[in-house]
Structures are given as structure tokens and as C-alpha cells.
Design a protein around this ligand. Structure first.
Ligand SMILES: CC(C)=CC(=O)SCCNC(=O)CCNC(=O)[C@H](O)C(C)(C)COP(=O)(O)OP(=O)(O)OC[C@H]1O[C@@H](n2cnc3c(N)ncnc32)[C@H](O)[C@@H]1OP(=O)(O)O
Length: 288
């Protein structure tokens, strides 16, 4: 399988430059601005690599359409249990495409719901890990925060520099960043445009682990593989329940959790998990 992937990768990077939405050797579509592969044991991890290196992966509309389409395809794939989004070693993403935004008017933004389609990332039912090397600025930082777990490479830098462009974060930065790092640091970042490095991001709780730059993606894939071995059904419920903590009161969140917890007892996977423990064997989840 790994030989096929090597071939597939070489093919993808050439194909990605030519026709968008054609089919690759692995059966996944190829895109103009991203590379999509399946990795890990049994192809259980969907890897999306942002691929506009000359523009430091600036998030133009077309790139985000590619990301949304790939997420849809990977979500429909029953063999894929977890997704990883990454960039390259210099940049995860340097933000929304400033050149594309430069001449937009208020009417363009409001009538076209500018950036509205970005929010689909956070609505995906499968868990998503952001593997961030280099710059994660503006929309890049916001994209990482839409994911469920953020791992950073040692050279990662996070920031919300929109203030320096005369605007404010528009894809969740003012809402998610304070929830991750607290009000004071979030305010400092949003009001000054200053960046934080990987170490600060770790101590502030924005990322959960730091890895050497060259190992980051493999480590993210390893965690994604571990998640993929669990019941996809229960993983989706667990993700929904954790995310509730950011959207509701403690009392409502606890109520929601209890209902979901009780609901797991209606699944075959809950029965299998507990039976496997008692029988001292590995659980064989069927996602039902
Ligand atoms: C979501 C919302 C609401 C807002 C946003 O995200 S606004 C954007 C926020 N991001 C930024 O303000 C970062 C902008 N970029 C930079 O400050 C720098 O590029 C850098 C510090 C990340 C890296 O500097 P470096 O000197 O290493 O590289 P550059 O020569 O500046 O860039 C290389 C190449 O990439 C183009 N680039 C970089 N970022 C963007 C961007 N966000 N949009 C469009 N293009 C971008 C840059 O223009 C240059 O290309 P050219 O040489 O062809 O101009």
C-alpha cells in the first residue's frame, strides 16, 4: 500500500496542477489548491494538504471550496475515521487571500455572505486534527481553531493580524480565540496583531502538543489512526458533546452529555466495547 501511496503522491502533485476534480489513482478527486490522500492503517485517515505554497497557502475562495469538497467526500467515506488538515513547513496558511479581498465592498461582503462557507469545517461530524507548521495567521489561525485538535510544529506561529489591515477577524477569531487562550491573550493578539510561537500556544492551551517540524504530520496521522480505531458512531457523539461545552451553559451541557451517554446504550458498539473488556479482548467496533 505504501508503494501505491508514493506513486499516488507523485501523481497527485502533478495532477493537482492541471485538472481540478478529476480522479486520482486512490479514487479521491484531485484539486487545484489542495492535495488529498488516505493514510494510516486501512486508509483510515483522510489527509488534506493545503497546496498554494507560492502564496503561503493564502485561503482564496477556490482553495476553501476545494477544502469543503474534500471534507464532504472524506466524510462520506465509511473507511475514514479521522481527518488531518495541514499546510507545508513554511505556512499552514497565511490567512484569507488579501489580494482577493482588497477591492471588495461592504455590499459584496454582505450580499455574498463573504466567508460564510468557511464555517462548514467546524460542522463536520468526523474529528479533524490541524497539523500546523509555520504561519497560521488570520484565517489560517481561524481554520486551525475550527478543527478539534491542534498540533504545532516547533516553528509554528499563530496570530490574528487583521487589525493591521484595518479589519477584524471574520471567521471566528474573536470568538474561538478567547475560548482557547482566555480574554487577555486573545485581546492582546487581536488588538496588536502580534503573533505567538508554538511554546506560548502550548502553555495558553491553543495547541495540545508540539513536535519537531519534520515529524508533525506523521504524529498527527498517528493520533488520527488511534481515533479511527474507535467506533465512528461514538466518536461523533463524543465530539458533539465536547463541542457543546463551547456553545451552552454548564447545566445545559451536562444535560446534553447525559442524554448522549444514555443513548450510547442503544448501540451495538457500546455493548461490544464493554463485552470485549470483560472477555479480555480488543473491541471490534462496527459503527452501529
Ligand atoms: C479571515 C479574515 C477575515 C482575514 C484574514 O485572514 S486577513 C489576512 C491575515 N494574514 C496576514 O495579514 C498575513 C499576510 N502575510 C504576511 O504578513 C507575510 O506574508 C508573512 C509574515 C506571513 C510571511 O512573510 P515573508 O516575507 O516570508 O513572505 P512574503 O513575501 O510576504 O509572502 C510570500 C508570497 O505570499 C503572498 N501572501 C502572503 N500572505 C498572503 C495573504 N494573506 N494573502 C495573499 N497573498 C499572501 C505574498 O503576497 C507573496 O506573494 P507575492 O510575492 O506574489 O506578492
Amino acid at each position: 500500500m505504501s508503494a501505491l501511496f508514493t506513486t499516488g503522491r507523485a501523481f497527485l502533485s502533478r495532477a493537482a496542477k492541471s485538472a481540478a476534480f478529476s480522479r486520482s489513482l486512490s479514487g479521491l478527486p484531485t484539486y487545484e489548491n489542495i492535495i488529498v490522500e488516505k493514510r494510516g492503517k486501512n486508509d483510515s485517515v483522510g489527509l488534506i494538504q493545503l497546496n498554494r505554497p507560492k502564496a503561503l497557502n493564502a485561503l482564496c475562495d477556490a482553495l476553501f471550496d476545494d477544502v469543503n469538497d474534500a471534507l464532504d467526500k472524506l466524510s462520506e467515506d465509511k473507511g475514514v475515521g479521522c481527518l488531518v488538515i495541514t499546510g507545508n513547513e513554511k505556512a499552514f496558511a497565511a490567512g484569507a487571500d488579501i489580494k482577493e479581498m482588497q477591492n471588495k465592498t461592504f455590499v459584496d461582503c454582505a450580499s455574498g455572505n463573504f466567508l460564510g462557507h468557511w464555517g462548514r469545517v467546524s460542522k463536520n461530524r468526523k474529528p479533524i486534527i490541524a497539523a500546523v507548521n509555520g504561519f497560521a495567521l488570520g484565517g489560517g489561525c481561524e481554520l486551525a481553531m475550527m478543527c478539534d485538535i491542534i498540533y504545532a510544529g516547533e516553528n509554528a506561529h499563530f496570530g490574528q493580524p487583521e487589525i493591521l489591515l484595518g479589519t477584524i477577524p471574520g471567521a471566528g477569531g474573536t470568538q474561538r480565540l478567547p475560548r482557547y487562550v482566555g480574554k487577555s491573550l486573545a485581546m492582546e493578539m487581536v488588538l496588536t496583531g502580534n503573533r505567538i510561537n508554538a511554546q506560548t500556544a502550548l502553555s495558553a492551551g491553543l495547541v495540545s502538543k508540539i513536535f519537531p517540524t519534520g515529524r508533525l504530520v506523521d504524529e498527527a496521522i498517528k493520533t488520527a489512526e488511534t481515533i479511527s480505531q474507535n467506533s465512528q458512531l461514538i466518536v461523533a457523539l463524543a465530539k458533539e458533546s465536547v463541542n457543546k461545552a463551547y456553545e451552552t451553559t454548564l447545566a445545559e451541557g451536562n444535560e446534553f452529555e447525559k442524554k448522549i451517554f444514555h443513548a450510547t446504550f442503544a448501540t451495538a458498539d457500546r455493548k461490544e466495547g464493554m463485552t470485549a473488556f470483560v472477555e479480555k479482548r480488543k473491541a471490534d467496533f462496527k459503527n452501529n
